[in-house]
Design a protein. Structure first.
Length: 312
């Protein structure tokens, strides 16, 4: 019997059909569930994560308001909140663990997904074996202020960019328009990232082969960008108010934070003080905590970060 697993399926969670993919070379390897921010769906990017499948059984979940889950539930009107996402996320983790015959899986949370991830640890602490936060959101308002200062410094030699950033002014920003201007510079791709987007795996993302397991058997959302934007708009008030310390300081599992040293989207400067605060106030907060800085990486450096820091 082959140990390889390559599945895409809808799970009944929270009254919706929610799309999940499970892929790996050996289904007995540790399971790793990847969490993106609200509105983002990484299941379609399965070919990009293929190298990880040598060591992990990868679980991708299209959350409510995103990807194939949104496509399968176009009439979903339930409010999109982090508590809802955390509750659904724990249910997905439980269903996947049952399918794999495991008790727990690890979480790899990226950017906005790290808010959902921390809340999942609280909602179902016995279901998770480890937590990895990349581009960890700790206090969004403080991180935005730091991000603005970093961008001004990074663009100091570009008069047009500096003028555009000064035109929107420092955060907090009243609407998403200013955040889009910020994103133009904070999320700008490096040459290495641009090359990766042109590599063979991305060709499979753009044109999946017939019968690809990661492609859901439903018509896709007509305008994915608009759907993602709507999800972000819905969750944005909670994101702006988020402060990780309000979740408490004791987490009884290994925690790893991977941050890009050049990241102007979710600056690492707020993760280290949080780590110190957690350790100072609770000796039992975690059996293991580690912060890794990827010095040449920006926000999208998660693949290189994970491979170099934790994948050895």
């Amino acid at each position: 019997m082959s140990k390889t697993i390559d599945e895409g399926l809808f799970l009944e969670v929270g009254g919706l059909r929610q799309w999940v993919t499970i892929r790996g070379r050996d289904r007995t390897h540790p399971a790793l569930m990847i969490l993106a921010g609200a509105g983002a769906a990484f299941s379609a990017m399965a070919p990009v994560f293929a190298p990880w499948e040598e060591r992990f059984t990868l679980v991708q979940w299209d959350q409510p308001g995103s990807g194939a889950t949104q496509a399968a539930n176009p009439d979903d009107k339930a409010p999109l909140t982090y508590d809802r996402l955390a509750r659904d996320g724990v249910a997905v983790a439980e269903a996947v663990c049952a399918r794999l015959g495991m008790d727990r899986l690890a979480l790899f949370a990226i950017s906005g997904g790290s808010v959902t991830g921390l809340k999942m640890l609280r909602a179902g602490p016995d279901r998770f074996s480890a937590y990895v936060g990349n581009g960890q959101v700790t206090n969004w308002r403080r991180q935005e202020a730091l991000a603005y200062a970093i961008m001004l410094e990074q663009q100091a030699g570009d008069a047009a960019a500096t003028a555009e950033l000064k035109a929107i002014g420092p955060p907090p920003w009243a609407d998403v328009g200013a955040e889009l201007a910020k994103s133009k510079y904070a999320n700008a791709m490096t040459p290495a990232e641009q090359a990766a987007m042109a590599a063979a795996p991305m060709a499979l993302v753009r044109e999946p082969p017939p019968g690809a397991s990661w492609v859901a058997p439903v018509p896709p959302v007509a305008d994915p960008y608009t759907a993602a934007y709507a999800a972000y708009q819905a969750i944005r008030p909670e994101l702006l108010a988020f402060d990780a310390e309000t979740l408490g300081l004791a987490f009884d599992l290994p925690m790893i934070f991977l941050q890009g040293a050049r990241d102007a989207h979710t600056p690492a400067g707020r993760s280290r003080p949080l780590r110190r605060s957690w350790r100072r106030r609770s000796c039992a907060m975690s059996p293991s905590m580690r912060v890794g800085t990827c010095r040449r990486s920006w926000w999208r450096g998660w693949a290189r970060c994970w491979t170099s820091t934790c994948g050895r």
